[in-house]
Design a protein around this ligand. Sequence first.
Ligand SMILES: *[C@@H]1O[C@H](CO)[C@@H](O)[C@H](O)[C@H]1NC(C)=O
Ligand SMILES: *[C@@H]1O[C@H](CO)[C@@H](O)[C@H](O)[C@H]1NC(C)=O
Length: 438
Amino acid sequence: MMESVTGGSISPYKLLFRSLTLIPISHYLLLAFLVSLVYVYNLLEVHIIQDFFSGGSVSLTFHSSSDLYREVVSKCQLLHGRYLATPWLSSPHLQTILLNVIVKIPSFSYKREIFRTSDDGTIALDWLMTSDVSETSFQVNGTNAVADIPLVIVVPGLTSDSNSPYIKKIAYDMAKHGWNVVVSNHRGLGGVPLTSECFYTAGRSVDLGEVVNHIHRKQPETSLYAVGTSLGANILVKYLGEDGVNVPLAGAVSISNPWDLLIGDRFFTRAIMQRFYNRILGSSLKGAAKLHQETYARLSDWEGIEKSRTIRDFNDHSARIAGNFESIDAFHRWASSARLVHNVSVPLLCLNAIDDPVCTDEAIPWDECRKNKNVVLATTQHGGHIAFFEGMSGKSLWWIRVAEEYLSNLHASPTMSKQQMQKFKESDSLSRDNKKLV
Ligand SMILES: *[C@@H]1O[C@H](CO)[C@@H](O)[C@H](O)[C@H]1NC(C)=O
Ligand SMILES: *[C@@H]1O[C@H](CO)[C@@H](O)[C@H](O)[C@H]1NC(C)=O
């Protein structure tokens, strides 16, 4: 035998094969199982082992002489603590995919107001008053008391509306904490028809501007704040930058903002999971457009929309055509809120998770946030996209607590929020006086 091996009459590969067949099949199965476990662990970017060693600290980026940080954010305990993910959800993908599955949907109903925009479009404003949900039901007596309750305007993400589980959760939680809430649905979403020759797109911030001005006109004494999530955060920050000092809000929060849609679009084509999100979001956009097929067909390319599989395809056949952009990337550049951060003039807190699998951290405008004294940017290593599940049961969303704590501290701050509103009342009365003169 030895002879024949050294003599080379039996191939060493045959010998190797023969010995491999002697290993029991169960060992192979075990190996295959371990390999696929490592594959899935990496694919889902699970960080449960990492969590044992890393601190989960929150990183804050702001101007070195920021009053907003000194007066408000420095008092926010959550932003100076740690964010630790729910252990069985310690993956940005699990957090993001299961967001609307795991969130416990609070039961309440909104009161709907139909708002007409200047072009005769229809926007559904869904109101939830703190008196509707608080057990202590402190009856507000007198008009001044009403004005003392601050109002937060919530702007949902891409194809979300007031009934999306995470939006119902923030509405309910804020109302429980003593806030009045109104969800500003996007055009054509929330079950209303399109009533003008216009549909909503990723950069359509003028609608939000009209809604904010409408509410401010109706309740000039109320302190107004806004929270935008995902694409809603992009629209909110874009509006804040475009309207600059003319924004009648006392403060705002941006959660999981995509910031730069050009970078975001490239990110969506990169890895297998991102391509998966791209398809999912692309088809949900198509589903939302289908409700208003006639208008889309009149203003853009319906055949192209039906064939599109990604967000980029969809926008290329709808928003680009309707908005007369020479290319889809020109639309992406125009629609991005990152280019307007420098012009934001209300106290703005921005929160992004570095591992957000939908809105890449590559798009975060670090320098612009650091240069603008009105902006504080908070980032965490983990949390996924508008998820930030925390606690063993996974019932709590950390970002909602962060937004509530920040807004409450801002509202309580004698200088920060009042300053902004005061400026407003003065300029309002100024313009009223001017009108009188005319
Ligand atoms: C407001 O307060 C006054 C006196 O305390 C009371 O008579 C009145 O009924 C109250 N109004 C409401 C709407 O609660
Ligand atoms: C910045 O804000 C001002 C109002 O404060 C506005 O007139 C201007 O157009 C804004 N800049 C940009 C680039 O939108």
